[in-house]
Design a protein. Structure first.
Length: 366
């Protein structure tokens, strides 16, 4: 299919404003349920009317969906359960309307194949006393409907080489900023802990960060931020790719995971960070398996040892070094306390899988 535009761009979005704020009688609100589908990468959503305003995910009923249409079940036994796990304000419909993040369970009540949140929570629940803190950096590429990066020459050819784009300013350097800013504000409105955004090395590639927060929230917020990004870019007629390596000669996309425990953040914590790095080194293969949705195949494309990455084959670490598996920020080395940055997770990794692997290796010695 060759479309230089999305049909969505033909819709006059201003007309929607006539309807968006229509008063609705009674206490009815719209709740959009969001979940990870059978690819482990893509999100799905559907909405239901509720006759009260929930103040927590616990106030939201479970629901179900057709698992056979989303790669999670067979047609003859297709009902898959949606269990609410986090509640957000809806920046699209606004008012008291909500977005409900869910995880998914099959007919036997077991987590589905792509529900990694369940195991992640089991790991985190064992180390509540350590106050585990996570900050996640999501890199992504804005795309046109030709499956070309947004703003790149449409059929072939490439923009001028990398250099001016990272944190760049100017119409010739930053492509699609309104989408990024809309998304950033929407995330803050919704109650996500987004700590910042920046333009990345490849033109029309951008980044946002969730956290740093204790427990599962940075991962829940990351999935919700991905949902909002796809949804808001949809309004602009632009698509989003989380593919970690679209072009061999341009920087790919990662989802660096920053991690610390209470002890690492306290005086003398550097010793524990060094111990954690040693454990990560011993378990390199296990982590590569968990750090993208194809069990490491995506990262073979991305972790080449070039373009600010390390080799997928070999674990490495260093202070202020962006060509390693695990980087220690210079400030952390100077203060002898803080956190570590695992640079291996790919842009399309599941943060629940990543956090699960980090906690089990570093804190539970599995
Ligand atoms: P860089 O691009 O240089 O890696 P970023 O600012 O994009 O830097 O990312 C740094 C991340 O580190 C932020 O997402 C932040 O949430 C996280 N972070 C900061 N302090 C801690 C900490 N003590 N524990 C875990 N994560 C942390
Ligand atoms: Mn139907
Ligand atoms: Mn970053
Ligand atoms: Mn980055
Ligand atoms: Mn980083």
């Amino acid at each position: 299919m060759h479309l230089e535009w999305s049909p969505n761009t033909k819709i006059d979005k201003k007309i929607w404003d006539r309807y968006r704020n229509l008063p609705i009688a009674g206490c009815k609100i719209q709740a959009t349920y969001v979940w990870i589908d059978g690819t482990g990468e893509n999100l799905r959503s559907k909405s239901k009317t509720m006759d009260y305003t929930p103040s927590s995910y616990k106030d939201c009923p479970t629901w179900d969906f057709d698992g056979s249409s989303t790669g999670l079940a067979e047609t003859h036994s297709s009902d898959v359960l949606l269990c609410p796990v986090a509640l957000y304000a809806d920046p699209i419909t606004q008012g008291n309307n909500k977005i409900v993040l869910c995880d998914t369970y099959n007919a036997e009540g077991k987590p589905t194949r792509t529900n990694f949140r369940h195991a992640c929570m089991e790991a985190l629940n064992q180390i509540c006393d350590k106050d585990p803190m996570f900050g996640l950096e999501q890199e992504y590429q804005l795309m046109d409907l030709n499956n070309r990066p947004f703003g790149w020459p449409v059929m072939n050819g490439e923009p001028a080489p990398a250099g001016p784009y990272y944190c760049g300013v100017g119409a010739d350097k930053a492509y699609g900023r309104e989408i990024v800013e809309s998304h950033y504000r929407a995330c803050l409105y919704s109650g996500l802990d987004v700590s910042g955004v920046n333009a990345e090395v490849t033109p029309s590639q951008w980044e946002f960060q969730t956290g740093p927060t204790i427990g599962i929230k940075a991962a829940d917020d990351l999935w919700m931020a991905r949902y909002l990004l796809h949804r808001i870019a949809e309004d602009y007629g632009v698509a989003v790719s989380l593919h970690p390596k679209l072009f061999p000669n341009w920087n790919g996309a990662g989802c660096h995971a920053n991690f610390s425990t209470k002890e690492m953040r306290e005086d003398g914590g550097y010793k524990l960070i060094e111990e954690a790095v040693k454990k990560l080194e011993k378990n390199h293969a296990k982590h590569i398996k968990a750090y993208d949705p194809s069990g490491g195949e995506y990262n073979k494309l991305r972790l080449t040892g070039h373009h600010e990455t390390s080799s997928v084959e070999k674990f490495s670490w260093g202070v202020a070094d962006r060509s390693v598996s695990v980087r220690i920020n210079r400030k952390v080395a100077q203060k002898q306390k803080g956190y570590l940055e695992d640079r291996r997770p790919s842009s399309n990794s599941d943060p629940y899988q990543v956090i699960n692997a980090l906690v089990r290796t570093i804190c539970l010695n599995e």
